[in-house]
Write a protein that binds this ligand. Structure first.
Ligand code: FES
Ligand code: FES
Length: 179
């Protein structure tokens, strides 16, 4: 049994400890917001935050994640209110959206340690591949998210999800708070 904390909740995986965190999250915990792109560490679609650091979950086993704190896109905020989420929507830096969860988490980890990054720092910290080519808007969105995080700008709330946060959480066992 491998125990870690996912989105603030204790989770125990009764599966092979060598299972990549990506597959444990998606298939055992039903947290499918973490995307499976290449499986070989090249695309960053599977990025999650582990103890404050953006990591490619396809390259981390659950044994290596044991005892650590993992944040997936489902746990970044319960209502899309994280500055990165607000800014990605406001700058329309999303097309098909497949790369977006990994990008949001890489950007959130960057802004947590540097809320005023340069474009070069953004490109270095968020090297995620996007087949739709949102890169220019992405840099603008992350700069804007930094301004929101520094409270020099506000963004109107993102559109409400089509499902309430509580109903979404109930549909995902690893997110269900049982209240
Ligand atoms: S799935 Fe491509 S880097 Fe992990
Ligand atoms: S928005 Fe489609 S892959 Fe990035």
């Amino acid at each position: 049994m491998t125990a870690l904390t996912v989105n603030g909740r204790p989770v125990r995986f009764d599966i092979d400890p060598d299972t990549p965190l990506l597959h444990a999250l998606r298939e055992a915990a039903n947290l499918t917001g973490t995307k499976y792109g290449c499986g070989t560490g090249d695309c960053q679609a599977c990025t999650v935050i582990v103890d404050g650091e953006a990591l490619r979950s396809c390259l981390v086993t659950i044994a290596e994640a044991e005892g650590r704190y993992v944040t997936t896109i489902e746990g970044l905020s319960r209502d899309r209110s994280h500055p990165v989420q607000q800014a990605l929507v406001a700058e329309q830096a999303i097309q098909c959206g497949f790369c977006t969860p990994g990008i949001a988490l890489a950007a959130a980890a960057l802004l947590a340690r540097n809320a005023n990054p340069t474009p070069d720092q953004i490109k270095a910290a968020v090297p995620n591949l996007c087949r739709c080519g949102v890169y220019p808007r992405l840099v603008r969105a992350i700069e804007r998210a930094g301004r929101v995080a520094r409270r020099t700008e506000t963004i109107s709330a993102a559109p409400a999800p089509g499902i309430s946060a509580d109903d979404a959480a109930r549909a995902i066992p690893a997110m269900d708070r049982g209240d």
